[in-house]
Design a protein around this ligand. Structure first.
Ligand SMILES: Cc1ncc(COP(=O)(O)O)c(C=O)c1O
Length: 461
């Protein structure tokens, strides 16, 4: 007997049947997508027209001439011009499950037939409880204490919320530490944290940040010394003024630069001695290393005060320790995420932590090694064109044409035309990078992507 009307509705056999039919129809259609394909010439005119319309209405051209048709098959995505491409950038790291994943579609259907489109802090459904619990228990499983979870709708907003909590706790300290070349988002606050002048041109100053040079694997000891020196120098110049340190453990937007445990610990030690909060920005690193959180991969569990997540998690969030709890009034959100999003987020995270993805021998690292070994061979074949590969797990980068921005850009467009979506990151050097849809990728897909990279390298000098 159903105890609520909802229980009766969600267990209605007609819904079960409807979900089965969706699965069947999806499978029948998506299995027609078997490999990369050129555009249908008959669709060209209408496709170009929609691309132009979107560009005009959004007030600027799209980066790639990409508009999805609405269906895909794992790492393959169909565009509205009928072409099929390998998606190895996944909306800059969002479609971790690939395209049209049946489990994710079912989770979204379950969410979307609930009573509301959006959840917010005043009204949420019970699905939210499941999501908060999995975030919290996974984050704290090795001893971290960031058990509180505040949902939000973008990575930048998750970072804003973290900054508010740190500033309130450390008041009147009002400066922040960050890493050189970091990317933290583009809100008015985060534009002043992200270490790129072009992203804040014309904007009024919001946050004072002192930048610390990031880890350099080629100079392990020296880079630790340089970073410690930079921190101490800023603290001497502004005594007692630093509220927190935002740390990206693997710099994604800068081109897949990987940090180091000893390096982070040296900086965290200074934070702890000086009441500076340790904030790990995992918007890009979540679910891409040997652990669900990169701070677990680098064994920083006992040091973290706040963590933000986004992208792969489908819903963004800020996790924080009890002692960083905001006072009433500091934070709220009308939108914490759509019902479909919350349901899909739980599905994806549950799949990653309970499937064979994590660990040194999990799917994430296995695929990385496979990709890496192929790219190393390409680097040997084209020594003047490729350096690398770099990165870890689901984050893979390489320097092309000595990091020349224009040549790398030309390469990325040619690669797109040849059937693979990758993207650029960083400046001096600019890198080409991939954020793989791990849940959908198999080694044979990587082999095909590498063959297309090879072809593209042979075409561009
Ligand atoms: C490390 C990091 N932090 C924050 C953000 C901002 O996230 P969003 O674009 O969802 O606001 C990004 C996005 O690329 C990111 O990589």
């Amino acid at each position: 007997m159903a105890r609520t009307v909802a229980e009766g509705f969600f267990n209605d056999p007609r819904l079960k049947e409807a979900k089965k039919l969706i699965r069947e129809a999806l499978k029948e259609h998506q299995t027609k997508i078997t490999g990369i394909k050129s555009a249908d010439p008959e669709l060209k005119a209408s496709y170009d027209n929609i691309i132009k319309k979107v560009s005009d209405y959004r007030g600027g051209a799209l980066w790639y001439n990409y508009l999805g048709s609405g269906i895909g098959n794992g790492p393959l995505v169909e565009l509205a011009d009928g072409s099929v491409k390998y998606d190895f950038i996944t909306g800059i790291g969002v479609h971790y499950m690939g395209h049209s994943h049946p489990g994710v579609i079912e989770a979204q259907v379950e969410g979307s037939i609930t009573n509301t489109v959006m959840n917010g802090h005043l009204q949420q459904n019970t699905d939210t409880a499941k999501l908060l619990e999995i975030f919290s228990t996974q984050a704290c499983k090795y001893g971290a204490e960031v058990k509180n979870v505040f949902l939000t709708t973008s990575g930048a907003m998750a970072n804003e919320n973290a900054f508010k909590m740190m500033f309130q706790k450390r008041f009147p300290a009002a400066r922040m530490f960050s890493f050189e070349k970091c990317f933290s988002g583009r809100t008015l606050g985060m534009a002043w944290v992200t270490d790129k002048a072009a992203y804040r041109q014309g904007l009024p100053k919001t946050i004072d940040v002192d930048y610390v040079p990031f880890y350099d694997a080629k100079d392990h000891k020296g880079s630790i010394e340089k970073a410690v020196y930079a921190m101490k120098k800023a603290m001497t110049r502004f005594p007692g003024e630093h509220a927190g340190f935002i740390m990206e453990l693997i710099q994604g937007e800068n081109g897949s630069w990987v940090g180091n445990q000893e390096y982070f610990e040296a900086l965290i030690k200074i934070c702890k001695e000086n009441n500076i909060s340790v904030f790990i920005d995992e918007v890009q690193t979540f679910a891409r290393t040997t652990e669900i959180f990169a701070f677990q991969h680098f064994k920083l569990d006992k040091h973290v005060d706040i963590v933000s997540v986004g992208k792969n998690s489908q819903v963004c969030a800020t996790l924080f320790k009890d002692d960083h709890k905001p006072r009433a009034g500091l934070m709220s959100q009308t939108f914490t995420g759509s019902s479909a999003q919350i349901s899909a987020a739980y599905y994806v995270i549950n799949e990653v932590v309970n499937g064979n993805y994590l660990g040194e021998n999990g799917k994430i690292m296995k695929l990385h090694k496979h990709f890496q070994s192929h790219l190393e061979k390409l680097a040997t074949k084209y020594p003047d064109k490729i350096e690398g590969p770099y990165g870890i797990g689901a984050m893979v980068g390489m320097t092309l044409y000595k990091g020349d921005a224009e040549k790398s850009k030309a390469f990325s467009f040619k690669l797109f035309d040849n059937g693979v979506l990758g993207f650029l990151a960083g400046a001096a050097p600019t890198r080409l990078r991939f954020l793989m849809p791990i849940m959908a990728v198999e080694e044979k897909h990587i082999d095909e992507v590498v063959a297309i990279l090879d072809k593209t390298l042979s075409e561009i000098n």
